[in-house]
Design a protein around this ligand. Structure first.
Ligand code: 8YV
Length: 290
């Protein structure tokens, strides 16, 4: 009996062609005979897929997939851990440097022809080297950020779900970088009260998920000019609060943390390996639940 694989889009990189006959259709298209579905962190209405046995996620984060509903229906779910750690940590550092050194503002100024002599001394940045970095979530990606911080001779401190005082970390860090998955526990974790604990001129970096932070409160802090930020993710992507557009103290990127040729090809490799294991009835390499 032929097993049917569907994907919501063609994935990048050479590994994809190892999957024969993959039907491409949006996630909300009924798939009565679909056995395996490849998505990119998208909601899946299981009622549209009565035969479904696998959701292979082209993403490490699976906050938009109802894992409990999948578990209840015996639908396995896989993701792409590990292969995007370096790219994501690199972008976290790029945002840290860009936000604290005014890269985007300086770039815009030069392009606008507005560069007048001695502009820099009026807008001094803040150091990254030697600063205190607070990592919220020392998992694979958080650890990759800590590794890079050693190269910048930074003092690194961290908190995890089970360890450490988040409020104290926010008070005592020059830079805070978020590396927790989005869940019921972490939604709004960085509240308005917690943002107020950051010292003046501190920098918040978010390459995890927008909804981990109270976005309205973050906008207020940034509009006040008290802190700086580097943001790759937002609460209602691709919508970004327009109040941020003209601010010199925030750098905005369109969820590109894993968006490199190498990393996306490796993510595809991981998805294909999970689908092939499924097709062969083998143990899935990257199940998000057992
Ligand atoms: C994905 C990501 O590209 O892996 C993740 O969790 O956020 C990115 O790698 C993103 O989920 C696609 O929307």
């Amino acid at each position: 009996m032929r097993v049917k694989v569907r994907a919501t889009r063609v994935l990048p990189g050479p590994a994809w062609k190892e999957l024969a006959e993959v039907e491409i259709a949006p996630a909300d298209t009924p798939g009565p005979d679909v056995d395996a579905l490849v998505v990119t962190n998208e909601p899946v209405d299981l009622d549209l897929y009565p035969s479904l046995r696998l959701v292979a996620n082209f993403s490490v984060g699976y906050d938009r997939i109802d894992i409990e509903a999948c578990r209840a229906r015996g639908v396995a779910v896989t993701n792409t851990p590990g292969v995007l750690d370096a790219a994501t940590a690199d972008l976290a550092f790029a945002l840290m440097l860009a936000a604290r050194r005014g890269l985007a503002t300086g770039d815009r100024l030069v392009r606008s022809g507005g560069w007048k002599a001695d502009w820099a001394s009026q807008r001094l940045g803040r150091e990254v080297s030697g600063a205190t970095l607070g990592i919220v979530g020392l998992g694979r990606i958080g650890s990759a950020v800590a590794q890079r911080a050693r190269g910048f001779e930074m003092r690194v401190q961290h908190v995890n779900r089970s360890r450490g005082d988040l409020d104290e970390l926010l008070r005592t860090s020059d830079i805070v970088s978020l590396h927790v998955p989005l869940s019921k526990e972490t939604t709004g974790l960085i509240s308005r009260e917690r943002l107020a604990l950051l010292h003046d001129d501190a920098t918040l970096v978010n390459t995890a998920r927008g909804a981990i932070v109270d976005e309205d409160a973050l906008v207020d802090e940034l509009v006040s000019g008290r802190i700086t930020a580097g943001l790759d993710v937002f609460a209602h992507e691709p919508t970004v609060p327009p109040q941020l557009f003209e601010l010199p103290n925030v750098v905005l990127t369109p969820h590109i943390a894993s968006a490199t040729v190498e990393t996306r090809a490796a993510m595809t490799r991981t998805v294909v390996d999970n689908v092939l294991a499924f097709l062969r009835g083998e143990t899935l390499p990257n199940p998000v639940y057992n």
